[in-house]
Design a protein around this ligand. Structure first.
Ligand code: AMP
Length: 172
């Protein structure tokens, strides 16, 4: 029987700032059968879909992207915070609600035209994944789909990220 994944996501009010309802995934990944169901559902969706590489976004994205890449039999490419990747990188700066953030990818992360599946824990405003997608394209990849465990639909990330195809397991 399928596990109700949403019931295992813990809501923490006012973290890290007043007014934010933080979706805590530690209670989901701490449950072995539930974690397994998350990964297997993603892998079933993308097996045979011609994915050449999986991109994981630092840092919670790594938790999900690594087992998905492994089971699809393709490589894992990290998109990281500034100063972490050792070889030549492309960098992008993007707006947050307050201030800006930066992300990097290795220039030689994948071959030209590679079909890339992008994985992160949660889609909120979509700013992070929009930036990651631009980096992927600069590095020569094509975004096949954006996959999230959780989507906060009321923040309109899906509309912002159009026309990229988007998949999410749990919606609020
Ligand atoms: P965004 O760029 O707005 O889509 O936010 C992306 C990242 O911020 C996600 O990958 C999450 O790790 C984190 N995040 C944003 N809002 C929340 C939330 N309400 N609960 C947990 N994580 C969040």
């Amino acid at each position: 029987m399928a596990i109700d994944l949403a019931s295992l996501v813990r809501n923490i009010p006012d973290f890290p700032l007043p007014g934010i309802q933080f979706k805590d995934i530690t209670t989901l990944i701490g449950n072995g059968p539930a974690f397994s169901q998350v990964i297997n559902t993603m892998v079933d969706r993308y097996r045979g879909a011609g994915i050449d590489a999986v991109v994981g976004v630092e840092s919670r994205g790594f938790i999900f992207s690594a087992p998905i890449a492994l089971q699809l039999g393709v490589g894992l490419v990290p998109v990281r915070k500034p100063g972490k990747l050792p070889a030549e990188t492309y960098q992008i700066e993007y707006e947050l609600e307050y201030g800006t953030n930066r992300l990097e990818i290795h220039r030689d992360a994948f071959p030209q035209g590679a079909r890339v599946l992008v994985v992160d824990d949660l889609l909120a405003t979509g700013g992070t994944i929009a930036a990651a997608s631009k980096l992927i394209e600069r590095a020569g990849g094509t975004v096949a789909e954006l996959a999230f465990v959780i989507e906060l639909t009321f923040l309109g990330g899906r509309e912002k990220l159009a026309p990229y195809p988007i998949f999410s397991l749990i919606q609020y």
